[in-house]
Design a protein around this ligand. Structure first.
Ligand SMILES: [Zn+2]
Length: 343
């Protein structure tokens, strides 16, 4: 397997563990956390080289990355407790001198429910050998629509639905353009997810926002069937909502996939019997998916006679709202500490 990526990973882990051994202040601890696990941290950087790994080795490498992250997170938590203990001892020692001095209260922030849901999604798909690829939020009309088989007269292109910068440039309405860009690069097969912010000119209400987040997935390889799609998404549903979760696929229409479907999961509150949470249905709609349309493959320079694949898209807020039983999407954007503290 790819020795260089394995070596780099071991390097990152041993360096992080060594620095965590000697770290003594919360600031230094936070610096290590950001440098290693952060959005632009060493592990994220390493994930970018996943595309150079042989496809059959990617799940293995994904698992190694997850293990490394766990190992470092555990050590970080231990170091954090050690530092807190030391600071408590220092504080107590100081208080024996002046007990009247009020302690300074440090309020430390914590992860947003969206971030927690995204990290869980990334973890599931990285574990299956997927790359995580991000792309531009301001996108060519061509990539956002044309290359995804959305014709010029399609209602989604209406100014009522899309924010236009000018006639050629839009605020992306989905993260699928990242998939088109990746397909154009070639280097098949592809197993990727593209998380990120998307924009629609919606009014704000309990279930809509002009800006929200999507995670879209794409697999391109030889001999991919609808069974692969179902198996993958079923595994995803079980990991995110629990082992008991059942899935159901309903036929649907999307321009970039054929056939297309929407996937429901059995209600994880009532187990499918029907309750207030699932509005008595027993099922909850989760995502859209389908086999990539041959025309989309052609437009991105892939021979549909040789390759095919599947794609899916899920709203990150939808997952966070369901998972944490939040009934109003607006709560996710208000940054009210009393709300955010609960997660
Ligand atoms: Zn229910």
């Amino acid at each position: 397997m790819s020795d260089s990526i394995k070596e780099k990973l071991e390097g990152i882990v041993s360096k992080a563990l060594n620095s965590l051994e000697i770290v003594s202040t919360p600031d230094a601890l936070n610096e290590i956390r950001v440098n290693v696990l952060g959005k632009k941290g060493e592990l994220k950087e390493l994930m970018k080289s996943m595309k150079d790994v042989a496809p059959e080795d990617r799940p293995k490498v994904g698992q190694l990355v997850n293990e490394a992250r766990d190992q470092i997170t555990e050590k970080l938590e231990a170091a954090k407790q050690k530092i807190e203990m030391q600071q408590m001892e220092l504080k107590m020692a100081a208080e024996t001198i002046d007990v009247t001095l009020p302690a300074k209260k440090n309020v430390i922030g914590h992860r947003h429910p969206n971030t927690i849901a995204l990290e869980e999604l990334e973890r599931i798909f990285v574990g299956m050998g997927y790359e995580v690829i991000e792309g531009p939020e301001v996108e060519w009309d061509e990539y956002n629509f044309t290359k995804l088989n959305i014709p010029p007269n399609h209602p989604a292109k209406d100014e009522q639905d899309t924010f236009y910068i000018n006639k050629d440039i839009v605020l992306r309405t989905q993260t699928s353009p990242v998939q088109a860009r990746r397909m154009e690069e070639g280097n098949l097969p592809i197993r990727m997810i593209s998380p990120g912010r998307v924009f629609r000119s919606d009014e704000v209400d309990a279930t809509h926002s002009p800006s929200f987040h999507q995670v879209e997935g794409l697999v391109i390889d030889k001999n991919i069937t609808f069974a692969d799609l179902k198996g993958t998404l079923e595994m995803f549903a079980k990991q995110i909502f629990g082992e008991e979760t059942k899935t159901k696929f309903r036929p649907h229409h999307f321009p970039f996939t054929e056939p297309s479907a929407e996937m429901d999961v059995s209600c994880f509150k009532c187990g499918g019997k029907g309750c207030r949470f699932c509005k008595g249905e027993g099922w909850i709609e989760i995502l859209g998916c389908g086999m990539v349309h041959p025309h989309v493959l052609e437009m991105c320079g892939i021979d549909p006679e040789e390759y095919n694949g599947f794609a899916f898209g899920v709203g990150l807020e939808r997952i966070a709202l369901l998972k944490y039983e939040i009934d109003d999407m607006r709560l996710l954007y208000e940054n009210d500490e009393r709300f955010l503290k609960q997660f």
